[in-house]
Write a protein that binds this ligand. Structure first.
Ligand SMILES: *Cc1c(COP(=O)(O)O)cnc(C)c1O
Length: 401
């Protein structure tokens, strides 16, 4: 019997260049981003400039986490207590959590068969709710039709915040994910596309939004020391009105991240090689359904999602358990009990006026998810997919009358 033995949570080591730079920062003792010599750019400043350049946007703020970036994005956009924010029902807990943290109320939008936000439901909820903000989570790296998203935002005057935690390095029709919205947020947490343990970015092209985000992040009155930022005049109006929600990036983590930004595109290619191998092998299995991905979407296959549409709850549970026994860790987004990093929308019980979303529940009820760490070789990926195919076939066969 085939068994897989590596860990699904083991990442690659930090590039040697990053380790050397981190040691240099520690030797200097100047870990705080504003602890600079005159005219010196700290590691954090350089990281912001490099990521802004990578994205092709004017402004970037490095901060303490992706969830923090989402929270600050809403505050900087002017979200007020009680405001409604449209967001995917199929996402991870930090997204509705960030909306709650900003005092706003999430309006959950259905998932579609392609695992993206359901654009018809988005349209009708934008209309019915009167919400002025859309927090669009590119959940598990799936990019919805961005042309239609932009048309919907235009039509309803929605301020778009992109949650790019799973699309750092991805693009739609050659345009980078995170450059469509008014603001974009990224994560540098260990399980995302770059790894500093914790960390995040906020990018935008709006000078005022950026000025507020910098002040919120805990700049005190040191905002003039930001290089990927609007001119000091922009801060004149807002400096008295913008609370400090301390959540800065530090130079140690920035030092670790800089070489990873430089390597990002080649790392994304390595993810996609692994993704394609798994996808090809799973395609041989009659029970497995993987939605075709649009031509326009250049995604990053750091995880894979697939459905077993003919399987009932017991069969899905059997697949997850037997794969686990053979070393293959699958996550089930349909589980009524939140586990590990997955939780179904109805477990976020702090949301007032929780909607019923039968379509989302139906799609999530057979949706499985698997991480693809770069510590897996291509042979590992083929083996993993073969195990899934064997287990799915076994469970399907046992259920024959
Ligand atoms: C990880 C994640 C976040 C938040 O990132 P943290 O850095 O862990 O706070 C936001 N959205 C999604 C979809 C994520 O997976």
């Amino acid at each position: 019997m085939k068994v897989f033995e590596k860990s699904f949570t083991q990442q690659e080591s930090i590039p040697e260049q990053g380790i050397a730079a981190a040691i240099e920062v520690m030797r200097s003792g100047r870990l705080h981003r504003y602890n600079t010599l005159p005219d010196e750019k700290s590691e954090t400043d350089l990281l912001e400039l490099e990521f802004a350049d990578y994205q092709g946007v004017p402004y970037c703020l490095a901060c303490s986490s992706g969830g923090y970036a989402l929270h600050v994005a809403m505050r900087a956009a002017g979200v007020q207590a009680g405001d409604k924010v449209l967001c995917n029902a199929f996402t991870l807990a930090p997204v509705p959590g960030a909306i709650h943290n900003s005092g706003a109320v999430p309006v959950l939008v259905d998932v579609a068969d392609d695992y993206c936000i359901d654009l018809d439901d988005l349209e009708s909820k934008a209309d019915a709710s009167g919400a002025k903000y859309l927090m669009l989570s590119h959940m598990r790296g799936h990019l919805a039709d961005m042309d239609r998203i932009m048309a919907i935002c235009e039509r309803f005057g929605l301020f778009l915040i992109e949650d790019c935690a799973h699309t750092m390095g991805a693009s739609w029709n050659g345009r980078k994910s995170g450059t469509f919205g008014d603001v974009a947020c990224f994560s540098a947490q260990t399980y995302k596309h770059i790894n500093s343990g914790e960390g995040g970015f906020l990018t935008t092209r709006h000078p005022e939004v950026m000025a507020r985000a910098i002040m919120h992040s805990g700049s005190y009155m040191l905002f003039e020391r930001h290089f990927s930022a609007p001119p000091p005049e922009t801060f004149e109006q807002i400096r008295y009105q913008t609370p400090n929600y301390s959540g800065r990036m530090d130079n140690l983590r920035a030092a670790i991240l800089r070489p990873q930004i430089a390597d990002l595109d080649s790392q994304c290619e390595r993810w996609n090689q692994r993704y394609r191998l798994i996808e090809q092998t799973l395609a041989d299995c009659a029970s497995v359904s993987i939605p075709a991905r649009p031509e326009a979407e250049h995604f990053v296959g750091s995880s894979i999602q697939f459905s077993l549409p003919q399987f009932n709850v017991e069969q899905i549970q059997a697949v997850v358990e037997r794969c686990a026994e053979r070393g293959v860790v699958l996550k089930w987004f349909g589980d009524a009990v939140p586990r590990d990093y997955t939780s179904r929308y109805d477990s976020w019980r702090y949301i007032q006026e929780m909607p019923q979303l039968p379509k989302t529940e139906q799609i999530l009820s057979t949706l499985l998810d698997m991480r693809i760490p770069l510590t897996f070789s291509e042979q590992d990926c083929t083996l993993i997919a073969e195990i899934i195919v064997e287990v799915a076939a076994e469970v399907a066969e046992e259920s024959q009358p």
